[in-house]
Design a protein around this ligand. Structure first.
Ligand code: FEO
Length: 399
């Protein structure tokens, strides 16, 4: 037995992925608890590897494969998604394994060629197509734009295992391979964060996918995503969480987020929070000096309102606030109320830019916002408090 071993999932399926304990920046997402890249080995007559791992983890994956079978016995590789956290080790795996065929969706074939610029013996499969592995069969289910055009899921019919790729995953590095071995609080938080940061813009597609899986009438005994734990019990729980995230149900909650130069915008933010609290609103005050953009959008997933603050710097908004607004715009949040605030010295353009940015992100402004020259006095702080009350009253009417 070597250091890196496979984990048995069913009689025919083994986890042969990698644990990335140290990653903290996953293309701009703060992965505080690391992640896993899950690859799966199907021990059918035609031995099949479903997905690979990020390139630096190739050896770890191969060691795990070797713990159950000689890698050269792998006949097929299925690439459900071309993003390189799953395909980075594909070319190395092909060099060692020399599989008969590598299967991907039509878009997957195109995208893998655009990544690797070599002939990988790729075979395109279509939605609903079945692949016979001898004593087992895989059904391919296209999941276009969840979250790339090439994304698909693979269902191992006889074992009732759905390899759901990024779907139903989370960034969570653990020694435990199964969700039922991990606390629900951690699972729910990391699933929320993953959804808010990666899948939120595709929420309508998520709801359609859940309906589609139901309409296919396939029974899922194991839900095996490519990140985080594998679900062998209470699969309805993670599917239900996803359905609820996709509906973007909001609550009487507000996120007050800002950056500050000399503390004036921060003080305005605190006064807005007090106004919100007086209306019974649950408040998250988040300074961008200590909170990461990915944590802010996690809190926004169920918030009914956002207040964004920035001082004016060189006729614009503070760079960290601009970063956040760009990120939020891309996530296409729905049914979110917003206001802006900030201090300035002489020109004061930030408030107008914040209002425009919030509108462009589809956030419904409930006020023109508040701006204060240099340092807020008692009157300005009362104005900020009143802004918080205005947002709070709007939230009370809605939730
Ligand atoms: Fe985990 Fe879209 O890659």
């Amino acid at each position: 037995m070597g250091a890196f071993n496979a984990v048995k999932i069913t009689d025919k399926v083994y986890w042969v992925g990698a644990i990335d304990w140290g990653i903290r920046d996953f293309h701009g997402y703060l992965t505080t608890r690391g992640t896993t890249y899950n690859a799966y080995l199907v021990l059918a007559d035609k031995v099949t590897l479903v997905d690979t791992v990020k390139k630096p983890f190739f050896c770890e994956m191969m060691e795990r494969i070797k713990s159950v079978i000689e890698p050269q016995k792998i006949a097929y590789i299925v690439s459900n998604h071309s993003e390189i956290d799953h395909s980075g080790a594909l070319t190395d795996a092909i060099s060692v394994v020399k599989p008969e065929k590598v299967f991907a969706s039509v878009n997957g074939v195109e995208n893998l060629r655009a990544h690797f610029h070599e002939d990988l013996n790729l075979v395109a499969v279509k939605d609903g197509e079945k692949l016979n592995l001898g004593d087992a069969n895989i059904l391919f289910v296209e999941t276009k734009m969840l979250h790339w055009p090439d994304s698909m899921a693979s269902y191992l019919i006889e074992e009732k295992v759905l390899f759901s790729q990024d779907g139903f995953g989370m960034h969570l590095a653990t020694g435990e391979r199964f969700a039922d071995e991990i606390s629900e609080e951690i699972l729910c938080y990391e699933a929320t964060k993953y959804y808010a940061n990666i899948l939120l813009p595709f929420s309508s597609l998520i709801l359609r996918l859940i309906e589609r899986i139901k309409s296919l009438g396939i029974e899922i005994r194991i839900l095996a995503p490519d990140h985080g734990p594998i679900w062998r019990k209470e699969i309805d729980k993670i599917v239900g969480w996803y359905a609820s995230f996709a509906e973007q149900k909001r609550a009487r909650k507000a996120v007050v987020v800002y950056d500050t130069m000399w503390g004036s915008t921060a003080r305005m933010g605190s006064a807005i929070c007090e106004g919100l609290i007086s209306c019974g609103v649950s408040v998250k005050q988040m300074s961008l000096k200590s909170c990461h953009r990915s944590d802010v959008v996690t809190e926004l997933l169920d918030a009914g309102a956002i207040a964004v603050g920035s001082p004016t710097l060189n006729n614009g908004v503070f760079p960290t606030v601009a970063d956040l607004l760009t990120y939020i715009k891309g996530l296409k949040m729905k049914n979110l109320l917003g206001v802006a605030f900030g201090s300035y010295g002489w020109s004061g353009e930030a408030l107008k830019i914040l209002n425009e940015s919030l509108s462009q992100a589809g956030i419904l402004l409930v006020s023109d916002g508040v701006k204060v020259r240099f340092v807020p006095g008692e009157g300005a702080l009362k104005e900020c408090y009143s802004l918080g009350v205005l947002v709070g009253e709007n939230l009370r009417r809605r939730y």
